[in-house]
Design a protein around this ligand. Structure first.
Ligand code: PLP
Length: 228
């Protein structure tokens, strides 16, 4: 099988798994968006997924995404690009110019930088707030105890288009607990979008209400090692 055919087949398989997980809890599969995480994958892999009908992609670095997607998005306006990796405030303008959804809003300084960049550039990518559900010191995200106040500040003080929440559970813990926590925070704040679940746990995430699953290796295979 060619690499392109393998990617198309993997996309179908992930789609079937999402459908089955949704139907198992009487959700409509149409409520769930598959974000194909193409970080560290070559442009040809993105093209193969696009040719197979995949339109929503996730990247975790601004520069890498610019190189792969700037021209591709111009030619394929149906592409929706999500930023899923940490964002430095000095890259806020570039991120606002390129991405359609910024999933990693997690601190007031970044909220201010994004609001300013949106005003300057005249583009308003939707924002998800990243919650550090495991309260891991090395991980980005607002801690659950501060989430309500931060969500309110993003909406009211910074006027950002906050649509939902995102989390990355700790590697060594049952993800279901973290997905349920994220769902509760979203519900009490009137947020409809839940970005949760990766290759290893997206079925669980769908059963617990994910509207967006971020899947990389199950679509594209193992990532090549990062250079440098
Ligand atoms: C890399 C990454 C993913 C995809 O991970 P896989 O295990 O390859 O599916 C999802 N979300 C975030 C934030 C990532 O960095």
């Amino acid at each position: 099988m060619t690499a392109q055919a393998a990617i198309a087949e993997n996309l179908h398989q992930v789609g079937r798994t999402i459908t089955a997980a949704a139907e198992a809890v009487t959700r409509s599969p149409t409520e769930i968006t598959l974000v194909a995480v193409s970080k560290m994958q070559p442009a040809e892999a993105v093209e193969a997924a696009l040719a197979a009908g995949q339109c929503v992609f996730g990247e975790n670095r601004v520069q890498e995404a610019q190189a792969k997607f700037t021209e591709l998005k111009r030619r394929n306006p149906q592409i929706e690009l999500h930023l899923i990796g940490p964002l430095q405030t000095n890259k806020a303008e570039e991120a606002v110019a390129l991405f359609d959804v910024i999933e990693v809003l997690d601190r007031p300084k970044l909220a201010a930088a994004l609001a300013k960049a949106m005003g300057k550039i005249g583009r308003r990518p939707r924002c998800y707030i990243q919650v550090n559900t495991g309260e891991e010191p090395q991980k980005a995200g607002v801690v659950p105890g501060e989430a309500d106040a931060f969500i309110a500040a993003c909406r009211e003080d910074y006027g950002l288009p906050v649509e939902g929440l995102m989390c990355i559970p700790p590697h060594d813990e049952e993800p279901a607990l973290h997905f349920a926590l994220l769902r509760d925070i979203a519900a009490r704040n009137g947020l409809k979008v839940l970005s949760m679940g990766m290759s290893g746990d997206f079925e669980t995430a769908v059963r617990l209400g994910a509207t967006h699953v971020r899947v990389g290796t199950a679509i594209f295979g193992a990532r090549p090692p990062r250079e440098g």
